[in-house]
Design a protein around this ligand. Structure first.
Ligand SMILES: NC(=O)c1ccc[n+]([C@@H]2O[C@H](COP(=O)([O-])OP(=O)(O)OC[C@H]3O[C@@H](n4cnc5c(N)ncnc54)[C@H](O)[C@@H]3O)[C@@H](O)[C@H]2O)c1
Length: 451
């Protein structure tokens, strides 16, 4: 995009905001999906089946992804969408009312900021932002443009988790003093790959966007970009941000911690991955704490005893991946443990169990309902689409302002890990007396991919 085109794009955007129409309750929202890899394909599968949405735009820097998605859309709806390589053209398209962003992390905030400036509402994948600066900038732009933005933390729309959190907030286990998130997700080594010519049909410059220019490398392309600092945030900013968000939720969504310390490393493997596969992070919230652990290597599960394992009629489950039946132990690998003054609780996608006092008597148990698509992403998107129409930000299950705090916790942990010491926060998104840490609040954006 030339400077002149860019100026026209933003001028058009300003008038689009003021001309935004009020939508009828039964109207479909015209959605464009930006980023059509694994997660974008899931977005497409869900939106193309929701009566509240119509998919009108498909954008990816990879031609093969665009073509695959178009074929899926035609199969699901018998309709075609406009294809785009450059997301700025999506945002300039008046037919598009909302965008759903499923690019790699380093594009999340930039894409959402451009989209909101062009008058679009945004459903943006987690983490809300790639760094702490972007999160603050996103909130500023959302406030200025009066757009709605929900982040893809579908745990906030999962009925049994919502019920469990309501009970915790109501004092089920007393006052929560320690809230722990677990990301025990075994990851294989990514190995090593040499740089190679960019495959035909891929716009590598636009894939890298704000990240420094470098030669194409397959390991930095599909999914494994998570493990390189230029584009990803390691597993704490990947799977982990869900459980970090839930750990905050259990504490009543506090704002910034007072200080944090994270340590770990990339243990065992010798490969190209830059981010740690083992990380322990502690956040001090003054009189209570949040703990987080990433274990990418072999580990046991933690969890709840349920009824005593091995008691008559209650053998240990033979397959921990299968949702246990009522009263059976809940093995938590990816999930949460929450400790209160009067009891404790465990939660994962398999369920929720709470126990009282020293007796470990089970006082509440919830199990997930079967849902189309396997999780609550459809419900989370429906919540977003209803708010696109109502314009009531407070009805969003995980509006941007809260999701930015969850994402920022990942970034604080990564910064502490990378500077190798405890970091102290200045009652907000800034570190006290630590220039190295403060430099990591943002990045050098490669032009023209700037916020
Ligand atoms: N909410 C969830 O449960 C959940 C689950 C999986 C992934 N995610 C999130 O979704 C995002 C995507 O993850 P993924 O697994 O699909 O990764 P992926 O690598 O499979 O897909 C990313 C896609 O984005 C495209 N892309 C890159 N730069 C682009 C640009 N500038 N414009 C348009 N397209 C661009 C790539 O070509 C690719 O097709 C991640 O941020 C991840 O954290 C969320």
């Amino acid at each position: 995009m030339s400077d002149q085109t860019r100026r026209r794009f933003f001028l058009g955007a300003a008038s689009a905001v003021s001309a935004m129409r009020v939508m009828g309750a039964n109207e479909r929202v015209n959605v464009a999906i930006v980023g059509l890899g694994g997660r974008g394909s899931a977005h497409l599968g869900i939106y193309s089946k929701l009566s509240e949405a119509r998919v009108v735009g498909l954008c990816d820097v990879n031609q093969a992804a665009r073509e695959r998605s178009q074929a899926t859309l035609v199969k699901n709806t018998s309709e075609k969408a406009k294809e785009f390589e450059d997301m700025r053209e999506v945002f300039a398209d008046k037919n598009v009312e909302a965008v759903s962003i499923a690019t790699p992390n380093h594009w999340h905030a930039l894409a959402a900021i451009w989209a909101m400036k062009a008058g679009k509402d945004v459903y943006g994948e987690k983490p809300a932002c790639y760094n702490i600066y972007e999160g603050q900038k996103l909130i500023q732009v959302m406030n200025e443009t009066k757009r709605m933005m929900q982040v893809g933390s579908q745990h906030r729309s999962t009925p049994f988790k919502m019920k469990a959190m309501e009970a915790i907030h109501g004092g089920l286990i007393g006052k929560v003093y320690s809230s722990k998130g677990l990301c025990y997700k075994r990851r294989p080594s990514i190995g090593h790959k040499e740089d190679a010519p960019t495959p035909a049909g891929v716009n590598w410059d636009m894939f890298l966007g704000p990240a420094p220019m470098r030669a194409f490398n397959e390991l930095r392309f599909k999914y494994n970009w998570h493990w390189f600092w230029d584009t990803g945030n390691g597993d704490i900013g990947n799977q982990g941000v869900h459980e970090l968000g839930i750990a905050r939720w259990a504490m009543g969504d506090p704002a910034w911690p007072k200080n944090a310390y994270a340590h770990g490393g990339k243990f065992v493997y010798t490969d190209d991955q830059e981010t740690p596969n083992t990380l322990t992070a502690n956040f001090d919230f003054g009189g209570r704490e949040l703990l987080f652990e990433v274990r990418g290597l072999l580990t046991n599960a933690e969890g709840s005893p349920g009824r005593r394992v091995g008691a008559p009629g209650n053998p240990a489950p033979s397959d921990s991946a299968t949702a246990p039946k009522g009263g059976q132990p809940l093995n938590v690998m990816v999930g949460n443990l929450i400790y209160g003054t009067e009891g404790w609780a465990a939660m994962s996608d398999q369920g929720f169990q709470a126990f009282k006092g020293e007796s470990n008597e089970m006082i509440m148990e919830e199990r997930p309902q079967r849902m189309a698509g396997g999780d609550a992403t459809g419900l989370h998107m429906q919540n977003f689409l209803s708010v696109v129409k109502s314009r009531k930000y407070e009805d969003l299950h995980d509006g941007l302002k809260n999701a930015v705090l969850s994402a920022s916790m990942c970034h604080i942990a990564n910064i502490s890990y990378r500077v190798g010491r405890k970091v102290i926060l200045a009652d907000g998104p800034k570190f006290v007396g630590d220039n190295d840490a403060n430099k990591m609040l943002t990045r050098d954006y490669r032009k023209p991919y700037t916020v």
